[in-house]
Design a protein around this ligand. Sequence first.
Ligand code: ASP
Length: 466
Amino acid sequence: MPTPFVCVSKILNKGFEMKVVKFGGSSVASAEQISKVINIVTAEADRRIVVVSAPGKRNSEDTKVTDLLIELADRVLEGIDHEAALQAVVARYAEIQKDLDLSETVVATIEADLRGRIENRSSNALQFTDTMKASGEDNHAKMIAEAFNKQGHAAKYVNPGEAGMLLSDEFGNAEVLPESFERLAALKEESEILIFPGFFGQTKDGNVATFPRGGSDITGAILAAAVKAEVYENFTDVDSVYAMDPRIVPTAPAIELMTYREMRELAYAGFGVFHDEAIIPAVHAEIPICIKNTNRPEAPGTMIVPKRKYEQTKVTGISCADGFCGIYIDKYMMNREVGFGRRLLQILEEEGISYEHTPSGIDNMSVILQSAELGADKEQGVVDRILTELEPDKICVEHGLALLMVVSEGMNYAVGMAAKATQALGDAGVNIEMINQGASEISMMFAIKDVDHKKAVHALGNAFFG
Ligand code: ASP
């Protein structure tokens, strides 16, 4: 049985020379975790660019340094005493410094850096908060580079702004500017291990700006694309992506290999390990992505690749997400009424509501939306407009829906998959509110009542995975 890495090298036929490796907050939360990181990185000469998050949670009760920094920034902005909040951040680094046996000046420098950011703050609150948030990754990357060097591995901290990570000036929600890729490509030439702080970059005006929360994944994907890495390894605290939510089905099989498209479909309906939008730069550049566990690096992990061979009837994953609702509209002879669908969707557009799916029949049409889009404040107004402008025979809004997805590259060519799924749901007593099959080549989607969420996942799990 070949390892997933061998499969991918065959698929892409690329020369192997450089891996971009990203470690999330829990992987760098303590000295013990950082030692694991150093072992993982130095175990393979290809692991040359290392993206790090700020220290995350050490246990479920712990607070991420990024959240401590947001608290600190808020206190400064409100003009209330912030000394204890500042010391809480410094204490996290001090503990790691001590346990890694690094010089005390490291912590003194971090404290001075934080005080400097506060003293020289911008009058723009969002810009200031971004500077404070970014310090979490920035100071940690410097400390981790020291730790590598102390253990005899030549490593260098990289300043994202100086390296060319140029971002839009939407503070807290910045996007990478296209010219960044060419600039960052120069990192390929460096000989040391590069420790690159995730989550932030620099605007054209030279200000620090951050990606949305969890944005170190984005940094890693951008760097992997820029240097044309052989693989983007994303280390987290699970062995792999599982075929079903392991909290519902603890025996869910691990997914060894899947395509970007499969990842996207599964992530849409709640697969939480990876935010699919975060990996877009790597997807565009067709860089394979590997999800691995910092605590068990020997586990093969999950490879996410542009293309793969598949067995037609083998399902890759089943996911389910709550939080949807449906607007159901009946009107006799709807099929003859030119423009009905357009006018319905235009009402939603004018009300600023984005929709997900629009299954329709001869005399009926439904719109499935995220419940958060059709808030209580908007619902009655939308219903009233549909009643007056489209004159339906009947309209009803149903809340409490979940979307259930069965995903597989082989779906399009396999006979009997839908029958198997509907049979399993029927046998389990799960009522199907809507089926959408064929719109996507690689998935089958069902709307069900959210109270049936677990029952439905078990039923489909038994049907497709035994
Ligand atoms: N530290 C940031 C956060 O907690 C970014 C990241 O970890 O990816 O959102």
